[in-house]
Design a protein around this ligand. Structure first.
Ligand SMILES: NC(=O)c1ccc[n+]([C@@H]2O[C@H](COP(=O)([O-])OP(=O)(O)OC[C@H]3O[C@@H](n4cnc5c(N)ncnc54)[C@H](O)[C@@H]3O)[C@@H](O)[C@H]2O)c1
Ligand SMILES: [Zn+2]
Ligand SMILES: [Zn+2]
Length: 414
């Protein structure tokens, strides 16, 4: 089969690799129809996540049709399913608490031992995300093996097309959990750093959960405009001092909760970020947490800090005193995707959440390597890329999404 494979920093290829096979009774094999590139894939592309190996199959946002099932799979051939990026057994202490991304069984000891050293405990499994999380082959491929297929995948109805449900695999639940972790109360003002897909879904979720105001921060005009379209007020961080602006907008109090949807690769030319960049380039550090520092300093006293943005190790100049003295609550984590797929699918069916507005590009799996490059280099005109395999049915809709409208306008004005 054809698959997108990682070969080092900024080196993604389409390779012909062996088809996956059933390895355990609970496995299923999917014929992938749609798969997306995530902000988390950029951390792999930039080489910041350790334990990737040349030839690893990428991709943790995917869906498709069941073509083979193990004897203990509850899926049936021909079903259309979306698969959570978290590989979770469903039976362990953590899965029973619905803390699926902390699953204790899905990361075999050969790979989890290293994560034990780094994290203090073994990390759970994830698709297409380095050997630290199990080394599972990802779904940016024509076929994929899905372990624990009786727990993770959610069957989706035929009247919803791939684009409407694909993001149940990650970014939709991730934005939702990010807003949930912000513990929103009526009347709250929530500030969101980063208007990529995760930030946009966090904004949408925060408004659904009753936030009175959402303030979105980024520097890409098209992404900020999408945030505005959702109902957020915006701050372009090159055009304003973010902390001053937030104080001004909240009567000097600061936002009630802050959400970091940026993660370990903060942009910007602040002194702390330049120091982080230099260290990262010398492989002396992995984290560039400028946005998180700013979020903590901006949050009101007694407020909440939600961190869906991915970090990989130890951070420098972390504002610990500020966190403590201001009495902030922090909630974070890889998303417990399986906990959210069913309620979010219902909300998609009821039309309460919009899942397609942010898609800017469709492309074939074969175009994957060049799409990775665009996704990395041109985030103003690429807000979300969906790759279709040769097996995807039907033509992609001709009508423009809001993201495509905004990007089109921006480019024609340039
Ligand atoms: N917790 C989870 O389970 C989970 C799941 C998916 C993604 N993520 C993580 O969420 C983060 C965002 O993902 P995405 O797909 O939206 O990525 P993305 O790269 O598309 O978006 C990040 C956005 O942050 C903006 N940004 C950068 N520096 C900033 C700064 N200093 N201030 C404000 N904005 C800034 C960028 O301009 C960009 O628009 C990534 O770290 C990703 O790994 C976490
Ligand atoms: Zn993702
Ligand atoms: Zn488990």
């Amino acid at each position: 089969m054809r698959a997108l494979t990682w070969h080092g920093r900024h080196d993604v290829r389409v390779d012909t690799v062996p088809d996956p096979e059933i390895a355990n009774p609970r496995d299923a094999i999917l014929k992938v129809t749609s798969t997306a590139i995530c902000g988390s894939d950029l951390h792999l592309y930039d080489g910041y996540i350790p334990t990737m190996r040349a030839g690893d199959i990428l991709g943790h946002e995917f869906m498709g049709e069941v073509v083979e099932t193990g004897s203990k799979s509850t899926l049936k051939k021909g079903q259309r399913v979306v698969v959570p990026f978290t590989v979770s057994c469903g039976n362990c202490f953590f899965c029973k608490k619905q803390q699926y991304s902390a699953c204790d069984n899905s990361n075999p000891s050969e790979t989890s031992d290293a994560s034990m050293m780094l994290m203090g405990h073994e990390m759970g499994g994830a698709f297409g995300y380095a050997h630290l999380t199990g080394g599972y082959a990802g779904g940016q491929a024509e076929y994929v093996r899905v372990p624990y297929s009786d727990v993770g995948p959610i069957v989706v109805p035929d009247h919803l097309d791939d684009d409407q449900v694909l993001f149940l695999s990650d970014i939709l639940p991730t934005g939702w959990m990010a807003a949930e972790n912000a513990q929103i109360e009526p009347g709250d003002t929530i500030a969101v750093w980063g208007c990529g897909p995760v930030g946009l879904f966090a904004i949408q979720s925060a408004l659904i959960m009753g936030a009175a105001r959402v303030i979105a921060i980024d520097h890409f005009p098209t992404r900020l405009e999408l945030a505005k379209k959702l109902g957020a007020e915006i701050i372009h961080y090159h055009q304003a001092n973010v902390r001053d602006a937030l104080n001004e907008m909240t009567g000097g109090i600061g936002p009630d909760a802050v959400i970091d949807c940026v993660g370990m690769e903060s942009h910007g030319l602040t002194i702390d970020n330049i120091a982080d960049q230099v260290k990262a380039q010398l492989y002396l550090a992995t984290e560039r947490p400028h946005a998180l520092r700013q979020a903590i300093l901006s949050c009101r006293k007694g407020g909440r800090v939600s961190i869906p943005g991915v970090y990989g190790g130890f951070a420098d100049k972390f504002p610990l005193g500020q966190l403590m003295e201001k009495g902030l609550t922090v909630k974070t984590g890889q998303t417990h995707v399986q906990k959210y797929t069913k309620p979010l699918l219902e909300m998609i069916e009821e039309g309460k959440v919009d899942t397609t507005f942010l898609i800017s590009h469709h492309a074939s799996l074969e175009a994957g390597p060049e799409m990775y490059k665009h996704w990395h280099d041109e985030q103003n005109s690429y807000t979300k890329i969906v790759l279709k395999t040769a097996m995807a049915k039907g033509a992609v809709e001709e009508t423009r999404t809001p993201a495509q409208e905004i990007i089109h306008r921006e480019l024609s004005n340039a």
